[in-house]
Every structure is written in structure tokens, then in C-alpha cells.
Design a protein around this ligand. Sequence first.
Ligand SMILES: Cc1ncc(COP(=O)(O)O)c(C=O)c1O
Length: 348
Amino acid sequence: MTPPQIDLRSDTVTRPTPAMRRAMADAEVGDDVLDGDPTVRRLEARVAEMLGKEAALFFPSGTMANQTAVWVHTTPGTEVLLDANAHIIHWEMAGAAALAGVQVRPVPPGEGHSVATAADLERTLRPASPHAPVATLICVENTHNGAGGKVSTFADLEAIRGVADAIELPVHMDGARLWNAHVATGTPLDEFGRTAHTVMLSFSKGLGCPVGAILVGDAPVIRRAHMIRKRLGGGMRQSGILAAAALYALDAHLARLADDHAHARALAAQLEGAGGARVVPPDTNIVMVDLPAGMTSSAVVAAAAEQGVRVSPWSATRIRAVTHLDVDAEAVEHAGRVVRALLEGAAR
Ligand SMILES: Cc1ncc(COP(=O)(O)O)c(C=O)c1O
């Protein structure tokens, strides 16, 4: 018999709850490309207000919203500066180069921290030169996926915004999991919003929706984003069905992200030191585990899957486990026991 699956590969694996499905079924809809879907408009107005911005635009995915933001803020042949491990660099199919025609310039985090700071950014900026491309955009990511769901605080982001303002560059925030940063720190979303010109937030991760992301910013930027979304094929018709899931999730699933964070801390405590493993202490819902010497992520991932626990290989020697709506404390504790036993020897 196949054992029950505890899927910690990502917070994107959640399935819409019966109550969310009911909210979707009951949504009032219209043609959002022709003249606007009323439920989409409600969602856009609500999230713009939450982030303290003038306008918002609903997207099918975070990738499309990020790529639209890069396109809106830049011109071809210029460069975008962003943390060396940013999602936009590594996991968006080189969209910045292929779509906006820009070069990405990775900012390496300095000694002792895992996400590039304002000082790291300043160090990477070049003086104007007849040989070097001109920078047109700075991107930040909060929480930072590759750094293990790491939160950048308001002060961290304000410092980056200060560097950007001094050289008159816009800032885009990949805030796919900004909801988690908000719940983990208590920082109001509009405070985070003040540190960037545009912010992307995802509904299909911790909030548990099947589809959707949103881009917020001032009205002229969002008007240009609207044209680019259409060019990318992102105009959706009766998308109120999807926006209704997001509205429901803002009411029912936002505050509970604190549970996911508690589950991640418990899992980290369970795995820390197992067989010599080192765990990055989680700020939010992502647990990164550096494996004991001689162990490979492919072996651990395969052995865990055989026992019904799914985690992802992050590198050859690092695995990632993400807590979410569809796993409770008991499931996470069971998964932790399985992985701990493997780290202690069984997966070599
Ligand atoms: C930090 C971050 N940004 C952007 C995205 C892209 O979102 P989507 O999968 O909706 O395209 C992800 C997805 O995992 C992410 O983790």
C-alpha cells in the first residue's frame, strides 16, 4: 500500500479548500479584458489599499507579474541589479533578457549574511562609464526563497530604497511571500510597500489559492503594466472566479501563516544536528537543510519519498522543506522523524 504523502516540496502544492471553492463558485464575474470583472476589481482595489499604492493588476502568475515589472521599469540594453540568488535571475527562464532585453547583474551578499544588503548594492554599483551598461532598476525579494524564506526588515529595505533614490532608480519588490514577512514581523504591508515602486505578491503559495498574483504601484506604472500583461497573453476573461479565491484567502488564510512559521521552526529544531546536518534557522515557512558530509540530496529525497515524505533537492548537498496550509503540526512532526532518521544514517 502507498503510504500517505506529506508533501513539503513547496507551499504551491496546496489544494483549494471546500470553502474557497464555494467562494469561487459564487463569484460575480464579467469580461475582464473587455470592461473589467467586478470581483477582480474588488481584489485589485483591496490589495492596492493594503500596500498603500494607487493601483493594482491581477496576474495569472508571479513570474508574469515580475517580468512585467522588469519590462515596465527598464529599457532594452540596460541592466537590473538584484541579489545573486534572486528568483528573477534563477527561476524565470531568463525572461528579463528574453522579454525586456535587459542584463541581470547579480549582487553577491557580503560576508555573514544571506541576502544582499544596501552596502552590498553600493559596492556593486559602477560609476558611469562609456563601456558599462546603465542600470535602470533594482529588485529585492522578500521573503527570500533561495535564502530559506529569509525576511528583509523594513529597515533593510529602507536602506536599499535610500541607495536607489540617491541614484534615481526605481525599486521592484518580488514579494511572492511578502504575506509571510508581514505575519512574521508584524510590519504593516503598507510600510513594506513604501520601500518599493512596484510590489508583486502571490496568492498561490502560503495563501493557498490555485492561481494568481498581483502587481501594485502608482497608476501610470500599472497602466503600462496592463498593456504588457495583454501582450504577454495574460488578459483573462471571467477571472473573478480566481480573484474570489484570493479575496477569500485574505480573510481566511493570511493570519494563519503564523502556524506555518511555527511548524517550520519545530521541523528545524527536529533536524538540526541530525547526523551532523546544519539547518538554516527559518524566519518563516522554508526550512533549508545542509546535509551531513557524504550524503547527497538526491539520495535523501528519494529515500524520504519511499516513506511518503516529499522534500526538494535545493543543491547537491542541500534539501528544502516548506510548510503550508495542507500540513498540520502532526504531519510535519512525522515528516521530521522520517527525515531525521535518514540524516542519521539510513540515506548514505
Ligand atoms: C520568490 C518567488 N518569486 C516569484 C515566484 C514565481 O511565482 P509563480 O510560480 O506564480 O510564477 C516564485 C515561485 O515560487 C517565488 O518563490
